[in-house]
Design a binder for this molecule. Structure first.
Ligand SMILES: Cc1ncc(COP(=O)(O)O)c(C=O)c1O
Length: 330
């Protein structure tokens, strides 16, 4: 399997919004989308998306992880961009139809089928900078993906960026392309200058998240992470790990963390990134003001690995889904 996100199933689910209504969705062969050059999305970045996975269990059926919650997040993103909001049943139907169509193309765990619903503004108007796109296209791409950790249990190195922000106050919790564009420059600079894997954005010393994952600190009996606010994306993996950790006896401490506290805490706490692509990814070192600071002894911590396994066991059908997080298809 190629690198994450480079292989696609042969079909997409697609629907258009026009004349103030969602039209009939369809499963179509994957191919270029004809688009007018004046489409709103090209000029004013009216786009949002989601990312979540379906797993094929031994019973041959697909199980989609937290689909309803991802749909709800997409609806919040669409609302914040003033795009037409897809109904829950419409989008859930598109996702499950596409997964059903390609159930046999889903590789067995730890591989999976990554699903990428995408909503774009298609209004043909280059004078609409201050007007919403009243036409839109919603499609769902499906991409078989391998195990993120096949290279071994290596740890990540993060640059602690205490000046620049990853996003803005309005769009921090919106999953929109512009946020990734904003994080790209600082991330490439940090990779080149410090050899790090990612940037941990901490504007004004407030530890927020990296370009595409949330950030957690974990000890033998506590998980610390920033409480939900409008500055960062509310990850489903973060939410799942907090719930599983609480059930496993960890104290959940959702509080703001300053950079100064972070540098103290990593002497004894494990640090980890959470997200759909990589589940939990252990952080081995931070770089701050040109200095490299190890996280504990620099290795992947036992609590991170334990909580990751607890989540993956549910996703792979090896532990009961007591939260109703999975939707069966097939
Ligand atoms: C900016 C950002 N933060 C956090 C996450 C993690 O979210 P989730 O756990 O829902 O995948 C993602 C990935 O979707 C992301 O792009």
């Amino acid at each position: 399997m190629g690198p994450f996100g480079t292989e696609f199933c042969g079909h997409i689910a697609i629907v258009r919004y026009e004349n103030n209504a969602w039209q009939q969705p369809a499963i179509e062969p994957l191919g270029p989308l004809p688009m007018h050059p004046a489409a709103h999305v090209f000029h004013y970045a009216s786009t949002c998306f989601e990312g979540f996975k379906a797993y094929r269990w031994n019973d041959g059926k697909a199980h989609i992880y937290r689909m309803q919650d991802h749909i709800a997040r997409m609806q919040r993103s669409a609302a914040s961009l003033r795009l037409p909001i897809p109904g829950t049943d419409l989008l859930a139907g598109m996702v499950t139809d596409l997964v059903a169509h390609h159930v046999d193309d889903i590789p067995a765990p730890p591989s999976s089928l990554y699903l990428r619903p995408t909503l774009i503004g298609t209004l043909e108007n280059i004078g609409a900078a201050a007007a919403p796109s009243t036409e839109a296209t919603l499609f769902v791409l499906a991409s078989p993906v391998g195990d993120y950790f096949s290279g071994g249990a290596s740890t990540l190195k993060l640059l602690v960026e205490d000046q620049r922000a990853r996003s803005t106050e309005q769009l921090g919790s919106t999953k929109t392309g512009g946020n990734y564009a904003a994080a790209l420059g600082p991330t490439l600079e940090a990779k080149e200058k410090y050899g790090v894997d990612q940037v941990l954005f901490c504007p004004q010393g407030d530890v927020q998240e990296t370009g595409a994952a949330n950030f957690l600190l974990i000890s033998d009996d506590e998980v610390i992470t920033k409480p939900l606010d409008s500055s960062f994306l509310h990850g489903m993996t973060r939410d799942s790990i907090l719930k599983l950790a609480a059930e496993n006896g960890y104290k959940i401490n959702e509080r703001n963390i300053t950079v100064a506290e972070l540098l103290e805490l990593v002497k004894t706490y494990e640090a980890t990134l959470s997200g759909t692509a990589a589940c939990l990814s252990p952080v081995g070192a931070l770089v701050y003001q040109g200095e490299e600071i190890p996280v504990r002894d620099g290795t992947a911590g036992p609590n991170t690995l334990r909580l990751r396994k607890a989540l993956q066991d549910i996703q792979y059908g090896q532990a009961p889904d007591t939260h109703g997080w999975l939707t069966e298809v097939g």
